[in-house]
Design a protein around this ligand. Structure first.
Ligand code: ADP
Ligand code: NI
Length: 219
């Protein structure tokens, strides 16, 4: 199992090593580490499936690969080539294809197994807290979004297919990140998501205080 996971990790590394959207290997390693914290609290989960899906969860995402279907096919063949049994391969594929918030918005909450729920929680936890703030700024900067503009209202993307477009870095907190705690699956995940959200609210208090002189910008 150790060796198979090493090969899986290397597959991800080859695909994500040049990522500049906040989905590079450090994000993957944190998601894996958070899964390892959740696993002992959810003994029904399959730890191999959890860790494999955690390593692979961003490798077929359309924001990182051009052709999602082709990437999925290639990944499935790779998993089979590691002599992982076909049923387990299918479970891993299902999890990573139904994990993301955008998929949940577009196609409704999938029926994830407890293993999938753990990976989803870990991915969401890494979107929150101090790391979440930095990843959001990094992503928004890459997209050319303003940091903050009080004249731009947050958009309700929960009903929109293009929710990822985003408006400003600060608005992304309201457009997505603060919606995550109530959507967590495990009790570990819910508690940690709330803790991180509370920290982000504190951060925003300070942010608004420092931004107060800008509330009525002259244009
Ligand atoms: P998911 O895969 O769950 O749909 P994404 O991969 O789109 O989520 O988002 C992962 C992280 O990337 C977010 O938590 C956030 O930090 C950043 N991000 C995504 N979309 C935006 C956006 N519009 N503005 C700022 N950051 C974003
Ligand atoms: Ni991720």
């Amino acid at each position: 199992m150790e060796n198979t996971l090493e090969q899986i990790k290397n597959y991800t590394y080859q695909l994500l090593k040049n990522d500049t959207t906040g989905h590079s290997m450090d994000h993957i390693e944190r998601v894996v580490a958070i899964c390892k914290q959740i696993l002992p609290t959810e003994p029904q989960a399959d730890s191999f499936v959890v860790l494999a899906a955690a390593y692979l969860h961003d490798t077929i995402d359309d924001k990182l690969v051009e052709d999602e279907a082709a990437a999925a096919k290639e990944l499935h063949s790779f998993l089979l080539s590691l002599a992982i049994d076909p049923k387990t391969c299918q479970e891993i594929m299902y999890i990573i294809q139904h994990l993301s918030f955008s998929k949940e918005i577009v196609s409704g909450k999938g029926s994830l197994s407890i293993s999938g729920k753990i990976v989803q929680d870990a991915d969401r936890i890494d979107a929150l807290g101090a790391i979440g703030i930095l990843r959001t700024a990094y992503f928004g900067g890459g997209k050319g979004h303003p940091i903050y503009d009080p004249s731009i209202q947050p958009v309700d993307y929960t009903t929109k297919k293009d929710y990822r477009r985003g408006s400003t870095v600060i608005n992304h907190f309201y457009e997505k990140l603060f919606l995550l705690p109530e959507r967590m699956n495990t009790s570990f995940g819910k508690k940690e998501a709330l803790r991180r959200k509370t920290f982000m609210e504190k951060f925003l208090e300070e942010f608004y205080l420092e931004s107060a002189p800008l509330e009525n910008p002259t244009r």
